[in-house]
Design a protein around this ligand. Structure first.
Ligand SMILES: Cc1ncc(COP(=O)(O)O)c(C=O)c1O
Length: 452
């Protein structure tokens, strides 16, 4: 029965092909081939929009009957041909060239460079790691020491801890600079010993205070100093995701993301993504050292996490757009209720009152992100507010489909605590805005009762 069905379906298809053939000079396969050639030519001049590229993430297999989800390759090793010589494109060993990870690296490279002039025909210089911090570690390992790393005054605390707990033992110095003032960065570089390599480590928006750095102005200001110093400009764009900010297009040498957050997007994968600029000299210079840091350092992204991230990327644009919209609505609501809710400060670049709102408007495309922070007078009120929330979950991390709230000071190491005790960071998910407003409103009321 099944066989008969499939035969009759096949003969119907053949009959249709014959009819089409008799009506036109082109067979369907010829039409397909001709259209593919025309499209390739057009796309070379005018690439598809970001939404189209992302919707097809990981699915660039060619031919008929291709799978609509990328394959998950789990093998760690592959047979060698009988003559002992691997052919171009052969896989060897999972740490070196797992095909699912390579597919993810290709997808992130296309996304990071979508509007980057001069990227055409450049080799893929994206690297996927087993966590965001493994990516940060590998960027540092790709540099020579002595090395000075200039850090902004607000950033993800794990990066500062990695530098002071681990890299300080390896002739790596870290210094905090107010990077919202570009001249401070220039002064800081000029005071570095000229034997040192220098990394200008930007994070925009910053975690948790949502500072926005003017990436393009910083990269331009650093340029004249390159004749005296070996400088790498790096941007941690985790909080923006490549939808809102693409640092390589703004002149940075390296773009970094904790893929654990928006890119994977479902709170179920841990990985880091590093892309070297294919158009800056410093980007080129780092390629061989980054390859070594990834393959010999060995902290590669697993096939399954790579696969989950490719799947996440297919909806990244839609999720981020919605998260930006909900966050803007909620923060504007909270701003109006600030006094009543006893909120003393709101940190979000989408607010006109935010100090770098103009920079954010220019630099961030289509929204101001899905993370904001709110500050109460003291820790007790902040903790009571978080405890009273019902729709929102208390958990660290950000960028997933569920809204999370986090008391930052208590997760930061005591010796490097920079978050005020009353600060709560919120990562907005995909819930309905009215449910979130109701939850925040109720929690604010209850928190005031509890701390009285
Ligand atoms: C801005 C930022 N950078 C880097 C990281 C580290 O990423 P991972 O946790 O994937 O190692 C985080 C983690 O929260 C982060 O928020």
């Amino acid at each position: 029965m099944v066989i008969l069905n499939s035969i009759s379906r096949r003969s119907a298809h053949v009959a249709r092909t014959v009819t089409l053939r008799s009506l036109s000079v082109l067979t369907p396969s010829e039409a397909g081939r001709r259209a593919a050639a025309m499209m390739a030519e057009r796309q070379a001049k005018d690439p598809s929009a970001i939404a189209t590229i992302l919707s097809h993430s990981g699915m660039d297999a060619k031919g008929d009957n291709i799978p609509m989800a990328p394959p998950l390759h789990v093998a760690t090793t592959y047979t060698r041909p009988a003559d002992g010589i691997y052919r171009d494109g052969d896989s060897v060993y999972a740490r070196m060239d797992n095909p699912t990870r390579l597919q993810l690296e290709k997808a992130i490279f296309e996304l990071e460079c979508i509007n980057l002039a001069g990227r055409e025909d450049k080799a893929i210089t994206s690297y996927a790691f087993s966590s965001g911090l493994a990516g940060v570690t590998s960027i540092l390992l790709a540099h020579s020491s002595p090395l000075t790393v200039l850090l902004p005054d607000d950033l993800y605390h794990g990066v500062s801890s990695l530098l002071s707990n681990v890299f300080s033992k390896h002739r790596v110095n870290a210094r905090h600079v107010n990077m919202r003032d570009v001249s401070e960065i220039v002064k800081a570089i000029q005071s570095v010993n000229s034997n040192d390599d220098v990394i200008v480590w930007m994070e925009s928006p910053s975690n948790p205070k949502c500072h926005v750095l003017d990436i393009q102005s910083i990269c331009q200001a650093v340029e004249p100093l390159r004749s005296s110093y070996t400088i790498t400009t790096v941007v941690d764009g985790t909080m923006a995701s490549p939808i809102l900010t693409r640092p390589l297009e703004l002149g940075a040498d390296v773009s970094f993301h904790s893929g654990t957050k928006y890119l994977a997007g479902h709170s179920d994968a841990l990985l880091g993504l590093v892309t070297l600029s294919p158009v800056t000299s410093r980007g080129h210079e780092l390629v061989s050292a980054m390859n070594d840091a990834q393959i010999l350092g060995g902290a590669v992204a697993s096939p399954f996490d790579s696969w989950l991230t490719l799947r996440g990327m297919r909806t990244l644009h839609v999720r981020v757009e919605r998260q930006c919209k909900t966050t803007q609505q909620l923060v504007e609501y909270l701003e109006k209720q600030k006094e009543q809710m006893k909120i003393i400060h709101l940190y979000y670049p989408g607010l006109i009152s935010h100090q770098q709102h103009d920079v954010a408007k220019r630099q961030m495309q289509g929204g101001f992100g899905g993370v904001f922070s709110m500050e109460f007078d003291d820790e007790a009120t902040a903790m009571a507010f978080a405890a009273a929330l019902q729709t929102v979950h208390r958990a660290t991390s950000l960028g997933g489909p569920e809204t999370l709230i986090e008391h930052r000071a208590s997760i930061e190491p005591p010796e490097r605590r920079t978050s005020p005790p009353g600060l709560l960071r919120v990562s907005i998910g995909l819930e309905d805005i009215n449910d979130l407003i109701r939850d925040f409103e109720m929690a604010a009321g209850i928190a005031q009762e509890i701390v009285k």
